[in-house]
Design a protein around this ligand. Structure first.
Ligand code: SAM
Length: 283
């Protein structure tokens, strides 16, 4: 049975419809699924955390690599299906919870103590919470090796570009700070049921051993970046003064002049290193 028939069969058997509000678009293209698993580069000693396994299409391929798989799925309806399908696999584990509420740090720590070598995140993400999930994975400073995920194509571009070069958001800087990002391949909407309205892309974020730039105060760095992007259309000076990073325009302009940064520039033109210099100037 091909993946399309298998997916339809499972949905019929369990009388299940896709819940749009949970971002449910199920993969039906086996080439795409194998490519995701191959990029994730899994081995028997790895732990894979799969976010949103759904009906288990990607899960099945992950289990076949013999890596330990922990699935985190919010939709209770999927839990029965996944247990029915995979209870015979001794590398299958499932947590029925909102991934944003799971204490991933403890989960990873416990697993590392049992001899797991690397922890890798693999997922076809629910698109409505792509950013909070990725920010959680990075900001909690989890002991993970890489994140291989499918996201909306235009989001993938924003996540993997070099900040300061193209259309960016504050998340672009966070990713570039913590990871080596790669945009891998596009996936047409015909690879899912139901078909999403957008094209998707698979990205790989390899976590750097040490962040890309050294700053005195990491929290301040990201506070400044967020402030600059809160008012993207304004100049950097206005955004940083309005968001209380600097007390006055004069102070902000002096800082930028001292650092050789154009005072008329918008935040999105700045490199990660520029923001780091502003941060260290203040602290
Ligand atoms: N992995 C499956 C596949 O590729 O066919 C399904 C992917 S579907 C795009 C996203 C999955 O994430 C759904 O199964 C959905 O129920 C689940 N999900 C949505 N919000 C979630 C959350 N906050 N925590 C965990 N899982 C979530």
């Amino acid at each position: 049975m091909g993946l399309l028939e298998e997916t339809k069969f499972i949905m019929k058997k369990y009388n299940l419809y896709a819940n749009k509000s949970l971002g449910q678009n199920f993969l039906i293209n086996d080439e795409v699924v194998s490519n995701i698993v191959s990029v994730a580069d899994l081995s028997e000693n790895d732990l894979v955390i799969e976010i949103g396994p759904g009906l288990g299409t990607l899960t099945k391929y992950l289990l076949d690599t013999k890596a330990k798989v922990i699935c985190i799925e919010l939709d209770k309806r999927m839990i029965n299906i996944l247990n029915d399908r995979f209870s015979l696999y001794d590398n299958f584990n499932i947590i029925n919870e909102d991934v944003l509420k799971v204490d991933l740090k403890s989960l990873i720590k416990q697993n590392k103590e049992t001899g797991i070598s690397k922890v890798k995140i693999v997922a076809n993400l629910p698109y409505y919470i792509t950013t909070p999930i990725i920010m959680k994975l990075l900001e909690e400073k989890l002991d993970i090796d890489s994140i291989t995920v499918m996201v909306q194509k235009e989001v993938a571009e924003r996540l993997t570009t070099i900040p300061g070069k193209k259309e960016t958001g504050s998340i672009t800087y966070a990713i570039y700070y913590y990871c080596e990002p790669k945009l891998l391949f596009d996936v047409p909407n015909t690879s899912f049921i139901p078909e999403p309205e957008v094209t998707s892309s698979v990205i790989n974020l390899k976590i750097l051993k040490v962040p890309r730039v050294k700053v005195n105060d990491e929290k301040l760095l990201f506070k400044i970046i967020k402030a600059a992007f809160m008012q993207k259309r304004k100049t950097l000076v206005n955004a940083l003064v309005n968001n209380k990073i600097f007390n006055s325009k004069t102070d902000c302009e002096k800082c930028l002049n001292d650092l050789n940064i154009d005072t008329k520039v918008r935040g999105e033109k700045l490199t990660l290193e520029d923001f780091a210099k502003i941060s260290d100037y203040l602290k």
